[in-house]
Design a protein around this ligand. Structure first.
Ligand SMILES: Cc1cc2nc3c(=O)[nH]c(=O)nc-3n(C[C@H](O)[C@H](O)[C@H](O)COP(=O)(O)OP(=O)(O)OC[C@H]3O[C@@H](n4cnc5c(N)ncnc54)[C@H](O)[C@@H]3O)c2cc1C
Length: 373
């Protein structure tokens, strides 16, 4: 089986590795691997938050993926010898007022219905877990099985794993998908080179609709949702785990890494393909993060960046065979692409090599956008 993967963000990389490991002949096409949202993302592995509870099939997919992570990472790190920065040290989500506390109580009930263990904590218990938290914190929710990963380490590890299993990377842009008869036959690159393929995976993030040759309506609209994040550094231990809260109605999080980096995120802006870093975005992040953890103003500034989350019309991922035979879609992972990497990689490899989807991924099939379905 000859597979061409368009896009080497986490979605394309994960699927390429899993297909190559099963013996497929895989070519990854990307002018700059991991240069999209993957290279900017914070890397929280936290399937349930106050923002998105209610989208049950997506939460089930997220929980399934988070549960796959330890084994997925162990396999990846053993194969490549590379560290991915994976941590399973829990998520602490805190509340500042009675309204926030009520929301967290709802989140807790919802998590329990999904079989996800959580613990409700009072102010003292929250500050015992994270002594740097603001004294104004009223209480919180601790999800011990959540965690984080460093996407800037995960992506090179996935590429190395795919290459170890025989995949090759072509550093070029895919210009169009080639169609012979009614099925996909390959991919034409920007320089005119044609790569033959039995199957093509489209995983080009928010740029997926710009790839030519695909009949209209086959790929649902994928829009860019801008997110700005800030990276700080600390030479001394500061936060022990991912910590999140709602400040003035907007969500703010801090994700610590073992090397002293702390990622503070993220804005959510519908501004098309704009990746400018703005003073306002930066100010909002610092203002809200300081309310959560006042001591952050003492940390070293490292970087500020902006990325584009790929959002589908219903904000859920689009996974599986499309209406064009041979073309499989791996798009629309929006705010959850890092979390969903293990489950999407497995689902897309199955879709590419067997033409089926595992049960947990079926609600995300492209067919849901077809008229009448
Ligand atoms: C600020 C921010 C914070 C985030 N935090 C989290 C988080 O904590 N947890 C989480 O789970 N998710 C998070 N996300 C979301 C996550 O980053 C995305 O869902 C995920 O990276 C999407 O991966 P992807 O492979 O679909 O797209 P991308 O990472 O955007 O990759 C697409 C790739 O396609 C390539 N490409 C484009 N056009 C072509 C072409 N014509 N030919 C070949 N290649 C092409 C690009 O070069 C790029 O490398 C965050 C995102 C942002 C922006």
């Amino acid at each position: 089986m000859n597979v061409v993967v368009i896009g080497a963000g986490v979605v394309g990389l994960g699927a390429a590795w899993r297909c190559a490991a099963r013996g497929a002949d895989v070519t990854l096409v990307d002018p700059e691997p991991a240069s999209g949202a993957t290279g900017v993302a914070a890397g929280m592995l936290t399937p349930v938050s106050e923002l998105d509870y209610g989208e049950e099939p997506l939460l089930r997919l997220g929980v399934a993926s988070r549960n796959l992570y330890p084994e997925f990472v162990a396999e990846l790190e053993e194969l490549t010898g590379l560290d991915t920065g994976h941590r399973r040290d829990g998520l602490l989500e805190v509340a500042f007022d009675a309204d926030d506390l009520r929301v967290l109580a709802d989140v807790k009930r919802f998590q329990e219905a999904l079989g996800v263990p959580t613990e409700a904590l009072d102010r003292r218990e929250c500050r015992k877990l994270e002594p740097m938290l603001a004294p104004t914190v009223r209480g919180g929710l601790y999800a011990p099985e959540d965690g984080s990963i460093d996407p800037r380490r995960l992506a090179p590890a996935l590429l190395a794993a795919a290459e170890k299993c025989g995949a090759r990377l072509v550093r070029q842009k895919a210009a169009e998908v080639l169609v012979r008869g009614d099925a996909v036959s390959g991919v034409r690159l920007d320089d005119g080179t044609e790569l033959p393929a039995d199957r093509v995976l489209l995983a080009a993030g928010p740029w997926s609709n710009a790839v030519g040759g695909i009949p209209p309506g086959v790929v649902p609209d994928v829009r860019p949702v801008k997110g700005q994040v800030l990276r700080l550094r600390t030479p001394v231990p500061f936060l022990r785990r991912t910590t999140r809260g709602t400040v003035r109605g907007s969500s703010i999080y801090l994700v610590p890494r073992a090397d002293g980096e702390i990622v503070v995120g993220a804005t959510q802006e519908e501004l098309g393909f704009d990746t400018r870093v703005t003073a306002g975005g930066l100010w909002e992040l610092l203002r809200d993060a300081r309310e959560l953890v006042p001591g952050i103003t003492e940390l070293d500034f490292a970087e500020v960046s902006a990325g584009l989350r790929p959002g589908s019309p219903d904000n859920a991922p689009v996974l599986g065979p499309s209406a064009l035979p041979g073309l499989v879609l791996g798009v629309g992972h929006h705010r959850n692409g890092i979390l969903l990497t293990p489950v999407s990689a497995a689902a897309l490899a199955e879709a590419l090599l067997d033409g089926t989807l595992p049960e947990v991924a079926r609600p995300f099939s492209p067919g849901r956008f077809r008229q009448g379905s």
